[in-house]
Design a protein around this ligand. Structure first.
Ligand code: ATP
Length: 211
């Protein structure tokens, strides 16, 4: 993302992929315009929020017309770097990691897991869904060679911090952390944390207490 987009609030930025996915579907079904009400219904974000979000990127819908789908789409494609594929590394080829290797991320966005790492000798040197698996000792050299600066972390909790330190040394700038570990890293590295067990527990809690 360029400098101008740094001014977009975090909450808005987080909704961009959601908008992008929906607009892509609209465009491929031949639709040329969309109202904020339609968008709102589809992505489950209220239309005032959508209008405010879109105003940050200068996309002003016209009354009675709505938004031009292709204009928005090309804007999102650029903003989300969809013109080029972002390659990603995955560390920890266990059950979750293996599922990610099989999952076709490029169906909805242009990210692709290009290489994976593990310490289990029976996995090293093999491929899963066409993705080669290397020893974690090779993280620095492989990431540098491939120009990768994004990583998905699916190692056991105890291995998370040392592997994250290694990723930092390898020049990684973004980590999607699926382990329960809270990582301590330089503030220049963006870490998004997804703890599936906590998410599930919190869903059940909210169902019981707030429904
Ligand atoms: P599995 O059934 O293959 O063991 P799992 O998801 O239940 O999968 P975990 O113990 O969470 O197993 O380990 C996930 C993966 O991380 C495994 O493939 C394991 O070999 C790998 N792993 C363990 N320690 C490290 C480490 N220090 N660095 C990288 N990968 C590691």
């Amino acid at each position: 993302m360029n400098q101008d987009q740094l001014k977009i609030p975090h909450a808005t930025a987080k909704r961009l992929p959601l908008y992008y996915r929906f607009l892509k579907n609209l465009s491929s079904s031949g639709k040329q315009r969309v109202s904020s009400a339609e968008l709102s219904e589809a992505v489950k974000v209220d239309s005032a929020t959508i209008r405010r979000d879109f105003s940050y990127f200068g996309a002003l819908g016209k009354k009675g017309y709505g938004y031009n789908v292709n204009y928005l789409l090309s804007f999102f494609r650029k903003t989300l770097n969809q013109d080029e594929t972002t390659t990603v590394a995955l560390i920890g080829v266990g059950n979750l990691g293996t599922a990610f290797l099989h999952y076709n991320f490029t169906k909805n966005n242009n990210t692709k897991i290009e290489v994976a790492f593990d310490v289990d000798e029976s996995k090293i040197g093999t491929e899963i869904a066409g993705v080669p698996i290397y020893h974690t000792n090779d993280i620095e050299s492989e990431l540098e060679k491939r120009g990768i600066d994004v990583a998905i972390l699916t190692v056991p909790v105890g291995a998370a911090q040392p592997i994250a330190d290694q990723l930092e040394r390898a020049g990684v700038k973004g980590i999607l952390n699926f382990t329960p570990a809270r990582l301590t890293l330089s503030s220049e590295i963006r870490v998004h944390h997804i703890d599936l067990a906590v998410e599930l527990q919190s869903l059940v809690y909210f169902m019981k207490n707030y429904s």
